[in-house]
Design a protein around this ligand. Sequence first.
Ligand SMILES: [Ca+2]
Ligand SMILES: [Ca+2]
Ligand SMILES: [Ca+2]
Ligand SMILES: [Ca+2]
Length: 458
Amino acid sequence: MRFSIYLFVLITCCFQTSYAQLNLDSTIVNPTVIAENLDTPWEILWGPDDMIWMTERGGTVSRIDPESGNKEVLLEIDEVEEYGEGGLLGMVLHPNFEHPDSQFVYLVYNYDEGFRWERLVRYTYDSDTLIDPLILLDGIPGKYNHIGSRLLILPDRTILMSTGDAANSSLSLDTTSLAGKFLRINLDGSVPDDNPIAGSHIWSYGHRNPQGLVLASNGILYSSEHGPSNDDELNILTKHGNYGWPEVMGFCDLSSEQSYCAANNVVEPIYAWTPTLAVCGLDYYDHDAIPEWKNSLLLASLKEDDLRVLKLNASGDAILSENIYFDNEYGRLRDICVSPEGEIFFATSNWDGRGNDGFPHENDDRIIRLSNESYNPATGMEKSSEKLSLRLYPNPVENVLYLDHQKGETIRVYDLSSRLVFQRGFTRTVDVSDLHKGMYILEIDTGNAILKGKFLKK
Ligand SMILES: [Ca+2]
Ligand SMILES: [Ca+2]
Ligand SMILES: [Ca+2]
Ligand SMILES: [Ca+2]
């Protein structure tokens, strides 16, 4: 009896404090809290320095070391006005950030000059701080709510920036207002010559409040957009597209919407949610580390407190399935980033003034890492030897390795950093006496298959 009570207490305690791993078809995904005691992280992105760059809505730009969780503050911006949904929002780094002439960080925030506005500012990274703010675009309607704003730099080196309708829905279809739009902006703030409306930063219109934006490696621009109480949207963005708000919500499905849609060539979403989830940060996943999630969009939801994995079709223009993870486990989720090694990071938003369902918790806000711990990023293979089916002997080996396979065309030997050590024509014995001590992968290319085995050189 006493034992069973003890067991019950133990289960209750640990169920609340540990986080369940995800068991996918053939992959176990482990969540780990890597940083905590943050205040409404808004943008997280993976930097070329292998650090997570983060904005917090109150006006702080930091870097988080994904290994130690250590937070290094780079900048605090005094004129940021944090109110309603406003504050320091999106961030992007120059695509050539590592070059000494391109160490630029682009930020969006809200400020107050008798009225609330939004601006895009470029800072220069210098000795672990950000200096020389240069305003690229300001006077964008701010207000309290519906103000975007995500940033992206396109391959043609123009900035794409989302803005919300600033709680005035009539602005979204008004092509004289910068509210409720995607804006396309040269890196110096000027209007690109090939924007759809001459002399205007406007690139697409009819948006309500897009807070997710990603250019996937399939070349498609995806955006998530908050609906009112119905019709959160997932859109594919196109130049000069009319996305319908406030005349159209979600699909052109109501009779009142269909005449407007027909007359105005409205771009419908590829997916919509009613009731709404409060769709926010978006990223694209196409990594071998979690193969079940390849070619998927990852979506953070604020109101539904979950992470959604939206599997795309091969052409990337339709959602095949939607899977929901971590429902109510971490609270509101604001943003996502993916590392080059296929780890996923997401940030909570429980201190944004809308916390519910028992959140914020002690130690909020947090960044959580999702990883497949059996995946070896160095070799692109499972760490376990199961997929290394080629038998090699003796193992460990000092001089000559025998291959348990009859035929092949080419033999290649790699170190554990995936560097090719040597390549030669196929033979069943391979002299490895010149190799340094350590672990290697040997593969036989048979012309129509690759067989792999691992060996230790003594
Ligand atoms: Ca992000
Ligand atoms: Ca729409
Ligand atoms: Ca509709
Ligand atoms: Ca929920």
